[in-house]
Design a protein around this ligand. Structure first.
Ligand SMILES: *Cc1c(COP(=O)(O)O)cnc(C)c1O
Length: 358
């Protein structure tokens, strides 16, 4: 017997969503972002499904190495660059591109002797105030990089703070700062995350960097994934493992917060915050039982949730329960739990078996 909680990954949906990126940014190359274990979908399996991508972006050198060792031959970019001098040797050995966003990374590079020159993406901070050099510093940093024989090509990138809101003026300002700072410099450019791929075509440049849209969640405020023709890649499922006949007034779960308003069936499903289901989900959060909507009741436990089964014909132990994915958008669940789809998807942990279908 295995515990029934599982993440079913639809590889065809990943491929479809990658095609959506191609349609939306037909003149750009695609750096598919697969950091955080491909947003919880499984790094190598997701990458293999999206082998048509022109490159991949990851956050950690370990992910870059794992991906290279899986046989992928094109560009792999370490989005936060190197953390230690040893990472430069890894980048040289495994042909990983590195982002340089801070002077300390440039200094490490100046003292390194990698096996072969490392390609660099110089990151500009155009207004997010997170990572990157001030636009004014870019010419000088470029000169220092280009003077190093341990550096191969130099490319340029920035990241948007507010591209998910098609009405927000910040994106145009960031684009302008980026374009102005780089006007005297040659080299490929990259700005667009998923939101910008869909809502800001002027930002597509040489490389787009989609993440969340590949996994079938909406990157845009107020737009549903299905309206954007994105298909959910992960369906998180489990089964009912108990059904209780409760009486009016019975309290359900820790704290006894939720009380049965009448005699009713309460289902218990094998999934909880120990699997990555959000503990902030509250009573009323939708789930699907045998494809039909039902409501979570009471607090989420580590391994279990309780479900109001009123209106469900003859529910049985073993019946399928869907937490999000096909038939129940992860964006809707995220909103109900006060978070974003990104956090839910990459929070699904190793305790949940991943199954792949094509
Ligand atoms: C995560 C990330 C992306 C992808 O963002 P989405 O909103 O998931 O499309 C792009 N670029 C960088 C630098 C990132 O860290």
């Amino acid at each position: 017997m295995t515990r029934p909680a599982r993440a079913c990954i639809n590889l065809r949906a990943l491929q479809h969503n990658l095609q959506r990126v191609r349609q939306s940014a037909p003149h750009s190359r695609i750096m598919a972002i697969i950091k955080a274990n491909a947003y919880g979908h499984g790094l190598v399996c997701a990458a293999q499904a999206m082998h048509d991508a022109d490159g991949f972006g990851v956050a950690s050198p370990e992910e870059g190495v794992a991906l290279r060792e899986s046989g992928f031959d094109r560009r792999i970019v370490l989005l936060e660059g190197i953390f230690t001098a040893e990472d430069i040797a890894l980048a040289g050995g495994y042909r990983l591109d590195i982002v340089v966003h801070h002077i300390s990374q440039l200094e490490m590079l100046e003292h390194a002797r990698p096996a072969r020159p490392v390609d660099v993406w110089l990151k500009l901070d155009t207004g997010m105030n997170r990572l990157g050099f001030e636009p004014d510093a870019v010419s000088h940093i470029t000169d220092r990089l280009q003077g190093l024989h341990q550096v191969g090509g130099v490319r340029y990138m920035t990241h948007f703070a507010c591209a998910d809101d098609a009405e927000d003026a910040t994106t145009a300002i960031q684009l302008e700062r980026f374009t102005d700072a780089l006007s005297p410099l040659a080299g490929e450019r990259s700005l667009a995350n998923s939101a910008a791929v869909l809502a800001w075509p002027d930002t597509h440049a040489d490389w787009v960097r989609p993440g969340i849209m590949l996994y079938g969640a909406s990157p845009l405020v107020g737009r549903r994934a299905d309206e954007l023709d994105l298909r959910p890649a992960m369906t998180l499922k489990t089964q009912l493992i108990a059904i209780n006949a409760c009486r009016a007034g019975d309290a359900v779960g820790y704290g006894g917060d939720w009380r049965c308003p009448e005699a009713m069936s309460v289902g218990v499903a094998a999934i909880g915050y120990g699997d990555g289901y959000p503990r902030h989900a509250t009573s009323g959060m939708p789930v699907l039982v045998n494809g039909k909507r039902a409501a979570l009741i009471g607090r989420v436990s580590m391994d279990m949730i309780c479900i109001d089964l009123r209106g469900h014909e003859q529910p049985a132990v073993g019946d399928e329960v869907v937490l999000w994915g096909e038939g129940l958008p992860v964006d809707e669940v995220a909103r109900g739990a006060g978070t974003i789809s990104y956090e839910l998807l990459c929070g699904v942990n190793q305790r949940v078996a991943h199954e792949y279908t094509s």
